[in-house]
Design a protein around this ligand. Structure first.
Ligand SMILES: *Cc1c(COP(=O)(O)O)cnc(C)c1O
Ligand SMILES: [Zn+2]
Length: 420
C-alpha cells in the first residue's frame, strides 16, 4: 500500500471500517468503491477496527439498524443525513408454528416490517450511507423487485436520483412499487442476467453512479449483518442455536454468520455454538445441490421457481455459504414450489404473518430439515422471514379466497358456517 493511498483513506469517515480485504487471498486495499481484488479478482469485503462497542451504547441508540452504526462501514454521524430507517423488526416467539413443525423453541424474525417490506432496505440503507461518503450522487441497481423497491425509496428519502434497471418481463406490481417513488426506472428487454451485465458495464462508465450491488457491493453486503445483531439482542444478548436463512446470492447467510462471530469476539454475547442453515427453492437450488453432492464449487443453473427474489442461478457467495454451513454443522436444503405455497399459508394461519415466496422457502425448508434429522427439534431455532406476501400475491391467488359468497341473510351465513 502506498503512502498516498493511506492518506486518502484517512480522509474518509466510514466509522470502524479499516480496509477492503480479499476473501480469497487476504490482500488488503484502502477503502474505495472497489469490489474485486486487484491481485486475484476475488470478492472484497470490509475489514474493521472496532472500538468502544458496548451493549449499553447500542441499546441507547436509534430504534433502527443505525443502533449498530459502530459495527458498520458508515460515517459515525450517519443519522444526520436523510436515509431510510430499516431494522429493529420484531422477533416473534412462534409457538403455534413450532408445534406444526415439531420445533419446541422457535422464533420468527419478521422482516416484512421494513420501509419497503423486505430485508433489502437494510443493505440499501448501508450502501447509501457509504456511497455518500465515497462521493457518489446517484443510487442505482439491477434488480428483480425487492432491491428496486428499496433503492427507489431510499434515494427518494435522501433526495438523490435513482436509476433502476429491471427485466421488462417483471410483474406489474413490482414495477409500480418501484416507479411510485419517482426515480428513473428502465425496463430492459432481456433476462435478469442480461440486466446484471448491462449494470456492470454502466458502472464502469458512469462515475457518479453507485450500483448498490455492483460497485459498492462490499459496503451494501455488510447491511445484512444487522439481522444477526438484532436476533442476538432481541434474544437477550445471546446467539440462537440454529438459524435458517434464505439463499439467493448467499450474501445474507454469510453476513449473519459474520455478525454472530463479531458479537462473540467483542464480548457482546457468550460465543456459544450455533448452526447455519440455508434454504433454497428446488427450481433454483445450485447451493443446495453442491451441498448434497459434497462439492466446494457451485454449478450455475437456469432458475425456474415462483420464489423470484431468490432466483439467482449463479450465486456469487455460494461457496462461502457452503463454508459457513459446513463449519458450523448446519446444512442447505431445497423445497418445491408447492411446498413453498403450503408454507406461506401455514405461517399465515399459525402466526398471522404473511410472507412472500422467499419466506415460504424458509419455513418449508425448516420443516424438511426437521424431517430429515438435520435440524435439532430441541434446539432454539430462528427462521428469517425476509419479505412481505403482498409482493407475491400471485403465488397464493389460486389457493385462497372467500369461504363462501352469500346473499344478505343471517340464514345464508349460518349455512355457510355449517359447511366450512
Ligand atoms: C434478496 C433477498 C434474499 C437473499 O439475499 P442474498 O443475500 O442475495 O442471499 C432473501 N429474501 C428476500 C426477500 C430477498 O429479496
Ligand atoms: Zn485476492
Amino acid at each position: 500500500m502506498t503512502v498516498d493511498a493511506l492518506s486518502t483513506t484517512t480522509t474518509l469517515n466510514l466509522g470502524p471500517a479499516r480496509a477492503l480485504s480479499c476473501r480469497e487471498c487476504g490482500h488488503e486495499i484502502p477503502l474505495a468503491p472497489e469490489f474485486a481484488c486487484p491481485e486475484c479478482f476475488g470478492p472484497l469485503e470490509v475489514a474493521y477496527d472496532f472500538a468502544g462497542v458496548t451493549r449499553e451504547r447500542i441499546e441507547a441508540g436509534p430504534k433502527s439498524i443505525w443502533r449498530y452504526a459502530s459495527l458498520l462501514p458508515v460515517p459515525t454521524n450517519v443519522t444526520e443525513h436523510p436515509n431510510t430507517e430499516p431494522g429493529l423488526t420484531r422477533l416473534v416467539r412462534a409457538e403455534r408454528l413450532g408445534k406444526e413443525l415439531g420445533i419446541k423453541k422457535l422464533w420468527v424474525k419478521d422482516d416484512t416490517g421494513n420501509p419497503t417490506h423486505s430485508f433489502k432496505d437494510r443493505v440499501v440503507a448501508v450502501a447509501l450511507a457509504a456511497a455518500r461518503e465515497l462521493g457518489f450522487t446517484v443510487l442505482a441497481c439491477p434488480s428483480t423487485g425487492n432491491l428496486a423497491n428499496a433503492v427507489a425509496a431510499a434515494a427518494a428519502r435522501a433526495g438523490w436520483r435513482s436509476v433502476v434497471l429491471v427485466p421488462s418481463s417483471l410483474e406489474k406490481a413490482k414495477i409500480q412499487m418501484t416507479a411510485v417513488y419517482g426515480g428513473t426506472l428502465i425496463a430492459v428487454n432481456g433476462t435478469y442476467d442480461d440486466v446484471n451485465r448491462l449494470a456492470t458495464e454502466l458502472a464502469a462508465e458512469e462515475e457518479d453512479w453507485a450500483f448498490v450491488n455492483v460497485n459498492v457491493r462490499p459496503y451494501y453486503a455488510e447491511g445484512s449483518k444487522t439481522l444477526g445483531y438484532e436476533v442476538a439482542e432481541q434474544l437477550g444478548w445471546r446467539l440462537p442455536e440454529q438459524i435458517v436463512v434464505p439463499v439467493a446470492s448467499g450474501s445474507q447467510l454469510t453476513k449473519v454468520d459474520k455478525a454472530f462471530g463479531e458479537l462473540g469476539k467483542l464480548g457482546l454475547v457468550e460465543p456459544t455454538a450455533y448452526r447455519m442453515f440455508g434454504a433454497q427453492a428446488t427450481g433454483c437450488s445450485p447451493v443446495s445441490t453442491a451441498y448434497a453432492e459434497g462439492h466446494d464449487v457451485v454449478r450455475p443453473v437456469r432458475p425456474d421457481t415462483i420464489a423470484r427474489s431468490l432466483a439467482i442461478g449463479n450465486p456469487a457467495d455460494g461457496p462461502y455459504v457452503l463454508d459457513s454451513v459446513r463449519r458450523t454443522g448446519g446444512a442447505v436444503a431445497d423445497v418445491s414450489d408447492d411446498e413453498v405455497v403450503d408454507a406461506i399459508r401455514l405461517l399465515a394461519r399459525t402466526e398471522g404473518i404473511f410472507a412472500e415466496t422467499a419466506g415460504g422457502v424458509t419455513v418449508a425448508t425448516a420443516r424438511k430439515l426437521v424431517e430429515t434429522g438435520k435440524l435439532d427439534p430441541d434446539a432454539e431455532t430462528v427462521l428469517l422471514i425476509t419479505g412481505d406476501g403482498l409482493k407475491t400475491l400471485d403465488a397464493v391467488a389460486d389457493h385462497v379466497g372467500p369461504t363462501a359468497t352469500v346473499d344478505i341473510s343471517t340464514a345464508a351465513v349460518r349455512e355457510a358456517l355449517k359447511q366450512s
